[in-house]
Design a protein around this ligand. Structure first.
Ligand SMILES: Cc1cc2nc3c(=O)[nH]c(=O)nc-3n(C[C@H](O)[C@H](O)[C@H](O)COP(=O)(O)OP(=O)(O)OC[C@H]3O[C@@H](n4cnc5c(N)ncnc54)[C@H](O)[C@@H]3O)c2cc1C
Length: 535
């Protein structure tokens, strides 16, 4: 068993014995077999002694139990790593950043405490998954939608705290939260926003409350354990329409992104959209043989694209709302993009609600075929189809590198040049950019690297990722979220004015958690006792 630094076996067993008394013997886990379940299945340290491994896990089922556990952890200075569903695959799973940390598994606290249909919000405990909330809304025939990320098994709260993302107008999950209840590092209970006012009916409707907007500091941090959260939901629209758009020339990216950015900022387009290249991503044999040549030109690609009716760039959008508003928005989008010669527009699926198509509303959304995954998520239906893609590629797992750049074509071209060059230097095959318009005014460039069972390949991957973070930072770009293994690397790039921000975060950490028991190392924030000198 791995113990945290400075904790003796005697102290560990005394602390866990007391916790067992609180939660009951079935909910404190220290056997190797149980701990295995809390390891990161996609760990980039697979088979290496450095793997981040917890000492065990404790699973309370009430706020009072969480408070008691935190008090015991303080007495023994035993660090805790809170997870809600613990499905943070690609970013660390449910493993802690510091080996030996005890996982505080909140999965059993999975009550939907309230859903207000009129004002479209829910109040949840951390263990409520997207599947569970979806089933609750369906069973109670409530006309509100949740917005889900690709995997439906995650926690609505855990995902939001990680700044996770989905696909509808409510895709920015942290932005959609409203009002938290937090167990602080000393075991005290606090409510944020209007929750500070006893019995305030606005706790889950008005998120700022009075004074500083303090909920923000509990996202991607280690300052408290969130035990309840309000989430704004989307009132069920009358209809949803998907459409696709393409433009024929590489240089069209400039007006295309400019117009799409403006339409997105005006919320005429209000969904996740991605820039794809129908021609470069085509599996057509003629396209493949052209791209395999060493001397093909952009003009060759554009001409072949025209012949095959495949755009150089393309995207897919969803519109939601009353049909006449959908039609008006789509009409305006076409009017604006028609300024680009050769732009094409196509209508795809239209759904009306409540859903008439029983195949999309079936009880077990986990069984839908692959191709439906994106469509289901866009309709607020959680599913697990995205995992079939990894399985099809026979990967052990993967890790994300996800820098954020401004939403402009010039920045995209620059990022393409910088990362293509970096990949070449590092000996990584270039697979192109995947820009996702999750946040307004920005693209997230999602790079997905496979984790293998080969230790040497994983070592090279880790070194390469650290270098990519540095290269991105040298160009002014950083990540929206980082896997455990890269958290320090990312925080160590935040060097403005002698690391003023990391130093401020450390001051907060020392003030609110003097014993350093909450998630040491989360987002590169370490308690005093474990802090290394900044580079
Ligand atoms: C194939 C694939 C596709 C994916 N697609 C998406 C996607 O579309 N969108 C997306 O956002 N993500 C995506 N992910 C990443 C990830 O799987 C999801 O974000 C997932 O929802 C996170 O797990 P979770 O919700 O169980 O959160 P958890 O694992 O429960 O929490 C994540 C982290 O938040 C903190 N935390 C959690 N709960 C608390 C609490 N109560 N108090 C204090 N801190 C807490 C902890 O640091 C924890 O490690 C994808 C991953 C894979 C492998």
């Amino acid at each position: 068993m791995k113990l945290p630094p400075g904790i003796s076996e005697r102290d560990f067993s005394q602390a866990t014995d007391r916790m067992r008394d609180i939660v009951g013997k079935d909910w404190l886990f220290t056997s190797d077999e149980d701990v295995l379940l809390y390891r990161d299945a996609y760990s980039p340290f697979l088979g290496e002694p450095e793997e981040y491994i917890p000492s065990g896990a404790v699973a309370p089922n009430s706020v009072e139990q969480v408070q008691e556990i935190v008090r015991i952890a303080n007495r023994f200075k035993l660090p805790l790593w809170p997870v809600s569903a613990g499905r943070n695959l690609g970013y660390g799973g449910s493993a802690p950043r510091l080996s030996g940390t005890l996982v505080l598994d909140l999965k059993r606290m999975n009550r939907v405490l309230e859903v207000n249909e009129k004002l479209a919000y829910a109040v949840l405990e951390p263990g409520v998954s997207y599947f569970e909330l979806y089933r609750y809304l369906r069973e109670h025939k409530l006309k509100v939608w949740l917005d889900c990320p690709d995997p439906g098994w995650g926690s609505v709260i855990g995902n939001a705290l990680e700044h996770g993302l989905g696909s509808t107008p409510y895709r920015d999950h942290f932005d959609a939260h409203c009002g938290m209840e937090v167990v602080l590092a000393n075991g005290e209970l606090m409510r944020t926003g209007m929750g500070a006012l006893p019995n305030a009916p606005t706790w889950n409707t008005f998120k700022y409350g009075f004074g500083p907007f303090i909920s923000a500091i509990f996202g991607q941090s280690n300052f408290g354990i969130v035990t309840k959260m309000g989430m704004h939901l989307m009132p069920e629209p009358e209809a949803a329409q998907s459409v696709s758009i393409s433009v024929p020339r590489r240089e069209d990216l400039i007006p295309f992104v400019d117009i799409m950015a403006e339409l997105t900022n005006r919320r005429i387009v209000d969904c996740l959209w991605e820039i794809a290249s129908p021609i470069l991503q085509s599996r057509d044999p003629e396209v493949s043989s052209l791209l395999a040549k060493s001397d093909f030109t952009v003009l060759d690609v554009e001409n072949l694209g025209r012949a095959k009716s495949l755009g150089y760039w393309g995207t897919r959008l969803w519109f939601y709302g009353p049909p006449k508003i959908i039609d008006a928005n789509w009409g305006y989008v076409q009017e604006r993009l028609a300024l680009i010669p050769g732009a094409t527009f196509a209508l795809a699926d239209r759904f009306t609600f409540p859903l008439a198509d029983p195949s999309l509303a079936k009880d077990d959304p986990m069984t839908v075929p692959n191709g439906d995954a994106l469509r289901l998520s866009a309709l607020g239906i959680p599913n697990m189809s995205v995992f079939a893609l990894g399985a099809a590629m026979r990967q052990h797992g993967h890790i994300f590198f996800s820098p954020v750049i401004p939403m402009s074509a010039q920045d995209l071209f620059k990022a393409e040049e910088v990362f293509r060059g970096a990949f070449k230097t590092l000996g990584i095959p270039w697979f192109g950019l995947q820009p996702f318009a999750w946040y307004r005014r920005n693209f997230i460039l999602l790079f997905i690297f496979p984790i293998t069972e080969e230790v040497s390949a994983n070592k090279v991957l880790r070194a390469n990722l650290a270098k990519l973070i540095r290269i991105a930072a040298d160009n002014g770009w950083s990540e929206y979220r980082a896997p455990l293994v890269l958290m320090d690397d990312v925080m160590n790039t935040m060097s403005f004015n002698h690391f003023a921000l990391p130093r401020f975060l450390e001051k907060i950490k020392d003030a609110v958690d003097p014993n350093g028991i909450l998630a040491p190392g989360k987002s590169g924030i370490w308690p005093k006792s474990l802090r290394k000198v900044r580079p």
